[in-house]
Design a protein around this ligand. Structure first.
Ligand code: AMP
Ligand code: ZN
Length: 113
């Protein structure tokens, strides 16, 4: 399986790392949609939310812990931010390794659909 985010985790493709631990990697989005735009991903390959199960869901809670920590460190925890995961074609998912966009640093548009 050739997955761009698995290759980023392995260091085969360069990225601007923001955070890393045993189970999670976070890096700057290459095409930022806001002043702060970080992608937080599990190190284990999970294709999308569709693949989240009782066996692998602990990392999702951990990702939200890291989102809160990074939001604080990046100075957006008080001004506000959004955490988004697109799943499948209708949501516009383009990379099929589960990822959470952490967006902030400006007044974000409220567009739910
Ligand atoms: P999504 O459309 O939700 O699947 O989001 C995929 C995101 O990955 C997009 O915001 C892209 O800009 C971002 N992306 C794709 N390739 C890279 C890369 N090599 N480094 C950083 N971000 C990337
Ligand atoms: Zn992957």
């Amino acid at each position: 399986m050739d997955c761009i985010f698995c290759r980023i985790i392995k260091g085969e493709i360069p990225s601007t790392k923001v955070y890393e631990d045993e189970t999670v990697y976070a890096f700057k989005d290459i095409n930022p949609m806001a002043p702060v735009h970080v992608l937080i991903i599990p190190k284990v390959h999970i294709a999308s939310i569709n693949e989240v199960t009782a066996e692998n869901s602990a990392v999702i809670a951990h990702i939200y812990e890291i989102a809160a920590k990074l939001a604080k460190e990046l100075g957006i925890s008080e001004s506000g931010y959004r955490v988004v995961s697109n799943c499948g074609a209708d949501a516009g998912q383009t990379v099929f390794h589960l990822h959470f966009h952490l967006l902030g640093g400006t007044k974000l548009k409220v567009e739910m659909c």
